[in-house]
Design a protein around this ligand. Structure first.
Ligand code: DP6
Length: 321
């Protein structure tokens, strides 16, 4: 071991075809494959340091996270896995993570955090793991983290193996310089129901969850072709439909989860209205009230005007790639 501390960055990723449901809770193995786009410079920087202390320490934005917090428990569970995998005995760590986007606001910050932590641990112990191995490792922290080890489009293949060895993400090497993602932020506070809990309830109690795998298969095929052909309308409409199906499943679940708030609904209606007037704008939504707008650079200024009343962060996803 050459050093005592290492740090890494990993981007947030937004799923265009969602991961919703696990076939193995412990290993974070998904029922279906999923497809995402990473957000360039937006994400988490995570550092990990070996410490001489009885327990692991976790800091979020320079504040110690109490050991009663579910985030602390998740990080320590992941470190436990690392201690076993790398034969580290009782070695303790201090993990510091900072996201340049609001944490846990349905912006997949835990995904970028666990991907960055996996990359940092790989550096710290000079393991030279491949991106495929790093994707599998990150997946154990949070399923969607499997996709955050890449920039651009990534496909997380569900795999079939019970041990998860074939469940990792790989990059889809098509760029799309004109594509823009707009983060429309209504609420930056921690969500009440975690995605883990909501997806567990969905797989157990949603009467039409059984239709989801086939729907995802179809959406993935169409999405991949749309990406290859730069077919924006197909990409946008499939992403939006896929998100709406996911949210309808979690509402038809016991207990139900509704992540939308009044701003979410107002903006969804506005997007549909703008579209009926000829503007090419679509949305997707994850496990929080915020919307992610999907549009092309030529409509950027118009869209910023229409949503001037809200906080909108525009991301040029392929800048510098
Ligand atoms: C709606 O990856 O946060 O963002 O594996 O339990 O940590 P865990 O869940 P998580 O779920 C992400 C759900 C989603 C869709 C997606 O990113 O594909």
């Amino acid at each position: 071991m050459s050093k005592e501390e290492a740090s890494a960055f990993a981007p947030v990723n937004i799923a265009l075809v969602k991961y919703w449901g696990k076939r193995n809770e412990e290993l974070n193995l998904p029922v279906t494959s999923s497809l995402s786009i990473s957000l360039g410079n937006y994400g988490a920087t995570t550092s990990v340091k070996i410490i001489d202390a009885p327990v692991d320490q976790v800091l979020l934005d320079n504040q110690f996270v109490p050991n009663t917090d579910s985030f602390y428990t998740r990080v320590v569970k992941f470190l436990e896995l690392i201690r076993n995998k790398f034969n580290l005995g009782n070695m303790r760590f201090q993990v510091k993570t900072h996201s340049n986007l609001p944490i846990a606001a349905g912006l997949a910050s835990s995904a970028s955090g666990f991907a960055a932590l996996s990359l940092a641990l790989n550096k710290l112990f000079a393991k030279n793991l491949s991106l495929e191995e790093l994707s599998k490792l990150a997946r154990r922290g949070s399923g969607s983290a499997a996709r955050s080890v890449y920039q651009g489009f990534a496909l997380w293949q569900a795999g079939q193996s019970p041990d998860g060895q074939d469940s990792f993400a790989y990059p889809i090497n098509y760029t799309w310089p004109k594509l823009r993602i707009g983060l429309l932020i209504f609420n930056a506070t921690k969500k009440a129901t975690s995605s883990t809990q909501a997806m567990q309830a969905t797989t157990k109690t949603c009467p039409f969850y059984k239709l989801w795998p086939q729907i995802v298969d179809e959406h993935l095929q169409i999405m991949l072709t749309a990406i290859k052909n730069h077919d924006f309308i197909t990409l946008g409409s499939i992403a939006e439909t896929n998100a709406l199906y996911m949210h309808s499943m979690m509402q038809a679940t016991i207990p139900p989860t509704i992540y939308a708030n009044e701003h979410t609904l107002q903006c969804i209606k506005k997007i549909w209205e703008l579209r009926s007037l000829g503007l090419n704008i679509y949305f997707t939504q994850d496990a929080g009230p915020n919307l992610k707008l999907i549009y092309l650079d030529e409509d950027s200024s118009l869209i910023k005007q229409h949503f001037a009343a809200y906080q909108l962060i525009e991301i040029d996803v392929f800048q510098g790639l």
